[in-house]
Design a protein around this ligand. Sequence first.
Ligand SMILES: [Zn+2]
Length: 247
Amino acid sequence: MLKKLISLLLVCASLLSIPVALAEEEDPLSVFAIRHGRRDEKKIAVTVDDFFNLDWGWKIRDMWQEMGVVGTFFPLGIRILPEDGPKWQEVIDAGIEIGSHNWGHYPMGKSDTYSIVNSLGRTQQALDAALGYHYQINSFRPPEGNIKDGNGSSKTFRRGVNIFGYEHVVLWDVSQTNPELALQKVQNGSILLFHTRKKDYDCMKAIIPQLLEQGYEFVTVSELLEFGPNEISSELYVYNKADYQQK
Ligand SMILES: [Zn+2]
C-alpha cells in the first residue's frame, strides 16, 4: 500500500513538474532579450556600440549634449582604456548611460558560463579602473545579438549573464544608418542601434532633431526598459577563474 502511495505521489510529482519545465522552456525569449520598450509611451533610446573608433564616440557624446539628448553607450571592455577615464567621466556627466558590450566582441551564444562571467567582469573592472570608482553597469548588449548555442538554445548564455546579475540583455529594433529609413522605422519604445562611425554620426545628426520635433523623449536604455540596479554582489568582483570557482 505504502509503495503504491509513493509511486502515485511520484507520478503526481512528475506530472506536475512537466508543465513547469515546459513553461520555462516556452518562456518567451523576448522577455529576456529585449528589442524595444513600451509601445504606448513616446520614449526611445539611442544606443552606440563597440567604440572601435573612440574619436567618433566622443563626437557623438558632444553632439548629443548639444542637442540635449541622452542615450546609452555600449563600449567593449578592451576599448575602455585607463587613460580615457576623464573622457568616460564626461560621458557620465552628459547624462549618458554606460552599458557593457562584453570584453572583446566575440559572439557569446556558444560560450561557457565561466567565459561569460569573466567577460562581463573584466569589462566592469576596466570601466571602474578608468573612472577610479565603481560605476554600476546595469545594461548589457551581447555582440551581434548572439545569444544561442549550436542547438538554438540560450540556456547556458542566460545562466552566465544571470549569474553576473543581469536579468535581461538589450537588443534593438532599429538598425539603420539611412536617415529616411531610420525615421520610417522609429516608433514608441524603439531602441536604435548605432556604431562609432561617420555614417552613423551623420544619420543621428539628421534624425535626432526631427525625432525631437515629433515629440519623442530620449532616455537611456535602463530608463526605457525600467531596469532596477543590477544585483551584482561586490564579492563577484573576483574575475579570475580560481576565485570564481569558489563561489
Ligand atoms: Zn558590436
